[in-house]
Design a protein around this ligand. Sequence first.
Ligand code: TYM
Length: 331
Amino acid sequence: METVLSGIRSTGNLHLGNYFGAIRNFVKMQHEHNCYFFIADYHSLTTHPTPDDLHRNVRQVLVEYLATGIDPEVATLYIQSDVPEVAELYLLLNMNVYMGELERCTSFKEKVRKQPENINAGLLTYPVLMAADIIIHRATKVPVGKDQEQHLEMARTFANRFNRMYKVDYFPPPYAFNFSEELVKIPGLDGSTKMGKSEAEGNAIFLADDPKVIRKKVMRATTDSGPEQPGEDMSQPVENLFNLMRAVSTPDTVQHFLDAFNGATIRYGDLKKQLAEDIISFTTPLRERILEISADDAYLGKVSRMGAEKARESARKTIREVREIIGFKPF
Ligand code: TYM
């Protein structure tokens, strides 16, 4: 049995990208592997949330994780800041990570471009904290979307470097993983190729969105003026809608609209109506579970305490061994 670990940042509600990129596979994996799933609330501090927002977001992600079918009795479901050993490992790893390699990281460069007013050191060392999250449980498989591939490569580099530096074979190298499928990137509705929490308004469909909101967002999705003759190339925004449809609709439905596109008879309004209804059928049971679980404070308290205890047990063991490898020994 291998150790699997994955996390979601607590910066807002979960969207279809999170679900299809990572969570869908968490649910499949929990019975086959030793699974750790967590809420990355330390990571969310790079965006400077207020204490109330921080707490509300962590709670919401916990509720939504549970609503997708993660069983806290089977998998270890925990909140990152409940396991401060992660912060210690992050500190230790930071000593062997170089500025140049962090500055070259694509997600860091993107932040520098998008939010020049808040380039904090936490953003720069974000991949180190991610590596600590993963190797604290010596996980080898990390279910993530395509956007996290480079971070996983960095986690491997840092784990291998530790082993080399101390001449040990302690941390196994972790790999991005998607349950025998390719890593995916779910597109946004605004024509951009990625659905994301921090993208423009209307880009993302959240699992908790109600049907009216979903219809409105989908009907407003970016398209183009439509093919004028059979066999035309598809523009990115239209391809995005087809990719979303591949995630939630039946293959027959997708084929029907593809044929209409290729024959230049497509009406985007029809495609959007169908896509909205298929998204609603998909999210409705999740939304109902979200509402149900969200009303149960006692259950959420129990789940988070149980997760913290299980995760800390594994993290404490790693920190004890790492301290010894590094040379921190009791007198
Ligand atoms: P986050 O919170 O941005 O996203 C959580 C998971 O959802 C995936 N994802 C997507 N997959 C496909 N298409 C999309 N449009 C899309 N948007 C998001 C992400 O790839 C991710 O798997 N840094 C991480 C959280 C984290 C973590 C970790 C993950 C912290 N420590 C250790 C794995 C292991 C993040 O911000 O994910």
